[in-house]
Design a protein around this ligand. Structure first.
Ligand SMILES: [Zn+2]
Length: 256
């Protein structure tokens, strides 16, 4: 089973659409960051987390030929606006793809992308089926059950969902607070992939200081910082991180 970070950039990516690289060295490939999406690849299924606006490019880069399910963390544009690119997988299978979202995200998706969930004509049928995000989603890897647990976290003024795969890896791309009642699920994981926007305070995201505090508290074997803005140059950031913490880069793949 694999967990692939398809994109690790903040909402406008690095470089931004206007070419702005901030502190990032354009000569380092690891500083080219598409918007946050991830893929859980088991022997049986490809499960996508979020549909970033860069989804097409990400799927092509990894030669992804099927998508079985999609989990949405929250409703922001950098997590949802690539949703239309799932259409090609519907055309291949002629079966609506199951997508899972919480109540608020579902309302947003139905409002913004109604044509995707409702058949308007024979030529343009609904391509996705919207389901309520469950507390646990089951998939299989080599005939073994794999549990994907979703946990609600605070993300500024909205709620976001983090996903814990097989009690081994937690993925939290957008978070400003983890509720103390859920701390037990995050302790001593193998991998913690966590939001780290930049150095300064931000009301909707962890910054370097808060991310490192959380890593210290939960003690994963390895932590990976994601949702990185142009403020954070890969090499400069890596040099100041503790040994068990690394910055993410697009395409980073983890064997589980
Ligand atoms: Zn967000």
């Amino acid at each position: 089973m694999k967990f692939i970070i398809l994109g690790c950039g903040s909402s406008m990516g690095v470089p931004r659409p206007d070419g702005f690289f901030g502190n990032c060295d354009p000569n380092n490939k690891k500083n080219y960051r598409t918007r946050c999406s991830a893929l859980i690849k088991t022997t049986d299924e490809n499960i996508l987390i979020d549909t970033s606006p860069d989804l097409r490019q990400q799927l092509l880069r990894h030669k992804i030929k099927k998508i079985n399910k999609v989990l949405f963390s929250h409703m922001h544009g950098d997590q949802t606006h690539g949703i239309n690119d799932l259409r090609s997988f519907y055309i291949n299978s002629r079966k609506q793809i199951d997508v899972y979202a919480d109540k608020f995200t579902s309302i947003h998706l139905k409002h913004s992308f109604s044509y995707i969930f409702k058949s308007y004509s024979k030529e343009y049928p609904a391509t996705l089926k919207l389901n309520k995000l469950p507390k646990y989603l089951l998939t299989k890897n080599k005939n073994k059950n794999v549990r994907i647990k979703s946990i609600v976290v605070k993300h500024g003024k909205v709620k976001s969902n983090c996903f814990i795969i097989d009690k081994k890896l937690a993925y939290i791309s957008d978070v400003s607070k983890i509720y103390s009642k859920d701390y037990k699920y995050f302790k001593n994981l193998k991998y913690l992939i966590i939001d780290c926007l930049w150095y300064n305070f931000h009301p909707s995201h962890f910054n370097l200081e808060t991310s490192l505090d959380v890593i210290k508290q939960f003690k994963p074997k390895k932590a990976i910082l994601t949702n990185l803005s142009p403020v954070l140059d890969y090499k400069a950031l890596k040099q100041i991180l503790p040994k068990n913490v690394i910055p993410a880069h697009d395409g980073l793949s983890i064997n589980l």
